[in-house]
Design a protein around this ligand. Structure first.
Ligand SMILES: *Cc1c(COP(=O)(O)O)cnc(C)c1O
Length: 484
């Protein structure tokens, strides 16, 4: 029998799209998938099987001629389920962050507090976004958030835009378009997700004047670069990296003095919005925004979803005259935030105002966790996994370090204890994949042939789901292996 004949007779065995849609699997999926999408998926599944058979390729590990209509239908049903799963996984879905990276850019940076979630829910229907309920007339968007930011930072005025990148764009456009902006060569940074200082300058229409060198810049370098075209002095927080060794740059107060002397504004892009110092938790490489305001930067921008621990936003604080110019510029209209994020920010800032931020804001709470607290939780999980029956999982505890992430405090490492996992039948990569494709996905990291789970970034109420996933992997290692 020639291969062509084999595949021709097998082609006739391939179930029709209709047959697949009448299967029990399809009937069960219809409720959650919807008829239209299901038909589309069925069409592509049958199409893929037909292509495989035509090309003489194996279907479900068997040559085409070994298949019957029944076995091809079973394979089509299996593919239908996984096609939908794959599609669904590309949508936003909750994951368990067991990486120990508190501000994980790929996992949505700052997780929101319960208070924040409630506030978002409150604002979700109609709300007084631009309405003054006391007078019954039009109100200004963001008033409450702005006044909270002012109170918490000591700044004269505040404004909120889409993110810190938009804040930089707005500030550079309004203050320096058509003129020159002086910046140190040591601060021409790229910050995750394609934010590059030279590109933002170019887009804002300001000419970038670089001074100093990568590792050393002096106050005189700035002074000598000032011309009649200079509009702005800019300092950029290097965020995700540090230059160590033979390195120096002028202090903020030296720059403030120079800016006042030459009557130019000084802009500090602070990146991570840490309102208060967090030295007590071992974070020694970030300045508090309050301190930057006190020293006298004219305008400062920072992110809402980094160390501030709230929703994505770019917060601007500074001199009233400058912030007011930003507020009146048409670009602000394009970069403004919506009601949901204002609600979130308001709730987070209220936590700071009550001095309850470490208890209420997950980012700060996670940073504040001590190694012994994390170890105790890890031990509890370990205890739940102890049993000799069908145990293919090798579990132990290991002292390790968590990171803050998100382009903040790059040199800070927080002591932690991780759950270290190995498996008798799976490689670390297969084990990591099993966890990642769990429902909900559990994201860990691989180190030296083990999968490490750091509970610093896992909510306590997520622990049962974690234990369930590990129990499944422990006893049904072979099934798990077959599906990866
Ligand atoms: C993170 C960061 C940005 C970009 O902030 P987004 O909120 O992600 O837009 C800009 N500047 C600095 C210094 C940063 O650290």
């Amino acid at each position: 029998m020639s291969p062509t004949k084999a595949s021709n007779s097998t082609l006739r065995q391939i179930p029709s799209i209709d047959q697949l849609l009448r299967s029990g699997t399809a009937a069960e999926m219809r409720k959650s998938v919807g008829s239209k999408q299901l038909t589309g998926l069925a069409r592509s599944v049958i199409g893929a099987i037909r292509d495989l058979v035509r090309s003489g390729g194996e279907v479900a590990g068997e040559p085409p001629e070994k298949h019957t209509t029944a076995s091809l239908l079973a394979e089509a049903e299996r593919r239908l389920v996984s096609a939908f799963e794959r599609e669904r996984l590309t949508g936003l879905t909750r994951v368990i962050n067991a990486t120990g990276v508190v501000l994980h850019t790929n996992l949505g940076r700052a997780p929101l507090s319960d208070e924040t979630v409630k506030a978002i829910q409150q604002a979700a229907r109609y709300c007084n976004l631009e309405y003054d309920t006391a007078s019954g007339s039009r109100g200004r968007r963001g008033v409450r958030v702005e006044s909270l930011v002012k109170a918490l930072t000591g700044a004269e005025d505040a404004l909120v835009v889409n993110n810190c990148a938009s804040a930089a764009l707005l500030i550079l456009t309004v203050l320096a378009k058509g003129g020159e902006t002086i910046v140190s060569r040591g601060e021409l940074v790229e910050i995750g997700g394609d934010f590059r200082i030279p590109d933002v300058m170019a887009t804002s229409g300001t000419r970038m004047v670089e001074v100093g060198t990568t590792n050393r810049t002096s106050i005189d370098d700035y002074r000598l670069a000032i011309t009649g075209d200079t509009r702005l002095l800019m300092r950029v927080h290097p965020s995700n990296y540090r230059i160590v060794g033979f390195a120096s740059s002028p202090s903020l107060s030296q720059l403030v003095d120079l800016a006042r002397e030459v009557k130019l504004p000084l802009y500090e892009d602070a990146g991570s919005g840490q309102l208060n110092e967090m030295i007590q938790f071992g974070v020694t490489d970030e300045f508090g925004i309050k301190e930057l305001v006190r020293v006298g930067a004219d305008v400062i921008s920072f992110s809402g979803d980094k160390l501030l621990g709230s929703a994505q936003a770019g917060v601007i604080v500074g001199k009233a005259e400058i912030v007011n110019r930003l507020r009146k510029h048409p670009l602000y209209r394009a970069l403004r935030v919506d009601k949901l994020r204002l609600a979130a920010l308001q709730a987070s800032l209220e936590s700071y105002q009550k001095a309850e931020e470490v208890a209420e804001i997950p980012t700060l709470h996670m940073i504040s966790l001590t190694q012994s607290e994390i170890r105790a939780r890890a031990q509890r999980i370990l205890d739940q996994l102890q049993s000799d029956e069908h145990n293919n999982l090798l579990v132990s505890l290991k002292d390790d370090l968590s990171a803050i992430g998100g382009g903040a405090a790059p040199t800070t490492r927080l002591e932690t204890t991780v759950i270290s996992l190995g498996h008798c039948l799976m490689s670390a990569e297969q084990l990591e994949r099993c966890l990642r494709t769990n429902q909900p996905p559990i994201i860990g990291r691989i180190s030296e042939g083990h999968v490490l789970l750091d509970l610093r970034t896992v909510y306590e109420d997520e622990e049962p789901a974690l234990v369930r996933a590990l129990q499944t992997i422990k006893t049904s290692g072979l099934t798990a292996l077959a599906s990866v």
